[in-house]
Design a protein around this ligand. Structure first.
Ligand SMILES: Nc1ncnc2c1ncn2[C@@H]1O[C@H](COP(=O)(O)OP(=O)(O)OP(=O)(O)O)[C@@H](O)[C@H]1O
Ligand SMILES: [Mg+2]
Length: 181
C-alpha cells in the first residue's frame, strides 16, 4: 500500500469551490475516477460544476441525485460521468451502474458520496473530501446520510484531496502546483 498523499485548500464561497473544481478539471483525463465526499450541501455538485466547465462542458451541470448518473461530452471527446449514489442502499445498485466499465470505455467518473460506493469503483482513485471549514471533524470522516445542521449553509469549506493509489500518488505534485498557481 502506498503512503497516502494529501493536499488541502479552502473555498471561501461557491465561486472559490468552482475554481478548485476547475483546477482538478485541468488535470483530469479519460480513465480517471474521483470520489467526492462531504455532508449534505457541502458543495460537491458546485465543485463538479467548476470541474466540468474546465473540461469545456457548456451544459448546465445539475445534481444527478434522482437519475443517478449524468454524462457530459468533454471538449477532448471523452465522457464525464457525474454520479450521485446517495440514494442507493445496496452496493449491487452501484455495481449495476457499471461505472468502472464506462470509464474503461473512454470516460472519467466523478462520484458524489463515492466513499460508500468505493468497493464498486476503481481502486486507484482520487478522494476529494469537502467539509465545513468551522467543523472540527475531519472532512470525509462523516459519511452519514442524516440531515445535518450545516446543510445548505453558506461559508467557507475545506477541501482535502487524497490520493488512493499509485496513479494519483504520482499526480499529486502536479495538483499541488496547479492549486498554488
Ligand atoms: N464555500 C462554499 N463552497 C461550496 N458551496 C457553497 C459554499 N458556500 C455556500 N455554498 C452553497 O452551498 C450549496 C452547496 O450545494 P451543492 O449542491 O454543491 O452541495 P452538495 O454537497 O452537492 O449537496 P448534496 O449532498 O445535496 O448533493 C450551494 O447552494 C452553494 O452555493
Ligand atoms: Mg450534490
Amino acid at each position: 500500500m502506498s503512503p497516502s498523499v494529501t493536499l488541502s485548500a479552502i473555498a471561501a464561497g461557491p465561486d472559490d469551490m468552482k475554481a478548485l473544481g476547475a483546477v482538478l478539471g485541468g488535470l483530469l483525463r479519460s480513465g480517471d475516477t474521483v470520489l467526492l465526499g462531504g455532508e449534505l450541501g457541502a458543495g460537491k455538485t458546485t465543485f463538479v460544476q467548476g470541474l466540468a466547465a474546465a473540461l469545456g462542458i457548456e451544459e448546465a451541470v445539475t445534481s444527478p441525485t434522482f437519475v443517478l448518473v449524468h454524462s457530459y461530452r468533454t471538449a477532448a471527446g471523452w465522457d464525464l460521468l457525474h454520479a450521485d449514489v446517495w440514494r442507493l442502499e445496496q452496493l449491487q445498485e452501484v455495481i449495476d451502474l457499471a461505472l468502472p466499465e464506462q470509464v474503461e470505455d473512454g470516460g472519467a467518473a466523478v462520484v458524489e458520496w463515492g466513499e460508500m460506493a468505493a468497493p464498486a469503483l476503481a481502486p486507484d482513485c482520487l478522494h476529494v473530501a469537502i467539509g465545513f471549514a468551522d467543523d472540527q471533524s475531519c472532512p470525509g470522516d462523516n459519511a452519514s446520510r442524516g440531515l445535518d445542521d450545516n446543510a445548505g449553509a453558506g461559508g467557507a469549506r475545506r477541501v482535502v484531496f487524497r490520493a488512493l493509489g499509485p496513479n494519483w500518488d504520482q499526480r499529486m505534485a502536479g495538483l499541488k502546483t496547479a492549486l498554488a498557481s
